[in-house]
Ligand binder design. Structure first.
Ligand SMILES: [Zn+2]
Ligand SMILES: [Zn+2]
Length: 330
């Protein structure tokens, strides 16, 4: 199979021929139709977070079809369309797994970091952690839901139940998807974009945001919550000043630069700062059901598998709006 492989962190991905993966007992083998590109893939590429067991195939927003399965895999069936998300495996035994918080399992393995992901023609995945996908719908449009959509959704839920005005900092893949969920739920969305990023502001407004403006300035009204998708730590202090008493600031990325110190008054008034880590399979099922119900649409730029490195470079440079997706099957 062809695969875009991270051989050394900090270096470009290499597109190579590799042996086809062989499914283990609980695994299925999936022919990849599309795999969306996440900022986490870029952090791995750029060595801002550690990859394990190089060389490693990145990519954890896989849409594909099951073509074979191991002796012990009870589902999904050969022919089923499935998604492979970031959560690849958990132990099922720790105190987090036993309390519906498998996203925090200390022994969890993650797709594209601990096991090979979907920047390839074939991927092996534990069948119990694959998400069922509808048979209809373009693979390239579904793919960004599998991390951007999922993490955005989890962040929205953690922002609290009393949110009428929501700020989104960094209007990329995840934000443009969760914006649609929030608008459908009657929430006013305030989109913060890089100063001068007209296309991102325009996308936000077209998806129902009531306001779009620069992320280094204040919103026109106090917010009930804010979600930060960008990796700049200073946004935490800005978001804290943008939320009203009782408001929550949710950091949704896996990596963030250091947060500058700030006066206690910015936190006082029962404001809270929290992070989101990973996803549970339940998050996946809920978001995919909602996405169908709300008719969530992805704004995508597609690349062939051979141009995986280019897609990462464009993400780093902010060269597209919405999500980048590798169109693997042609
Ligand atoms: Zn991701
Ligand atoms: Zn566990």
């Amino acid at each position: 199979m062809r695969a875009a492989v991270l051989v050394e962190q900090g270096q470009p991905l290499a597109v190579v021929d590799r042996d086809d993966p062989v499914p283990g007992d609980d695994d299925v083998l999936i022919r990849v139709d599309a795999c969306a590109v996440c900022r986490t893939d870029l952090h791995l590429r750029d060595h801002e977070i550690e990859a394990h067991g190089l060389p490693r195939v990145l990519g954890h927003q896989v849409v594909g079809h099951v073509v074979a399965r191991g002796a012990g895999a009870e589902a999904p069936a050969v022919g089923d369309r499935v998604g492979v998300p970031w959560l690849a495996w958990t132990d099922g035994e720790c105190r987090y797994c036993r309390t519906a918080r498998e996203n925090l399992c200390p022994n969890a393995r993650f797709t594209g970091r601990d096991v090979d992901g979907g920047f390839a023609e074939l991927v092996r995945a534990d069948g119990r952690f694959c998400l069922p996908l509808p048979a209809s719908g373009d693979a390239v449009e579904l793919a960004p839901l599998l991390c951007g959509g999922l993490i955005g959704y989890r962040a929205l839920r953690l922002a609290g139940p009393e949110v009428g005005r929501l700020g989104l900092y960094g209007f990329g893949s995840a934000a443009h998807l969760v914006c649609q969920v929030a608008v459908h739920e009657g929430i006013d969305v305030y989109a913060f974009v890089r100063r001068g990023d007209g296309p991102a502001a325009e996308l936000a407004r077209s998806l129902g945001a009531v306001w779009a403006g620069p992320s280094d300035g204040p919103p026109p009204v106090p917010l009930d919550a804010a979600i930060i998708f960008a990796s700049a730590g200073e946004l935490v202090t800005q978001a804290l000043r943008a939320v009203a008493p009782g408001g929550t600031v949710v950091c949704a990325g896996i990596h963030m630069t250091d947060i500058p110190s700030f006066p206690y008054d910015d936190l006082y008034g029962e404001r809270a700062v929290r992070s989101v880590a990973n996803l549970t399979r339940e998050d996946g099922r809920e978001l995919l059901a909602l996405a169908g119900l709300y008719r969530i649409t992805s704004h995508i730029t597609t690349y062939p598998l051979e141009q995986a490195e280019r897609a990462l470079a464009d993400l780093r440079a902010g060269a597209f709006v919405g999500s980048a997706v590798l169109q693997v099957a042609t």
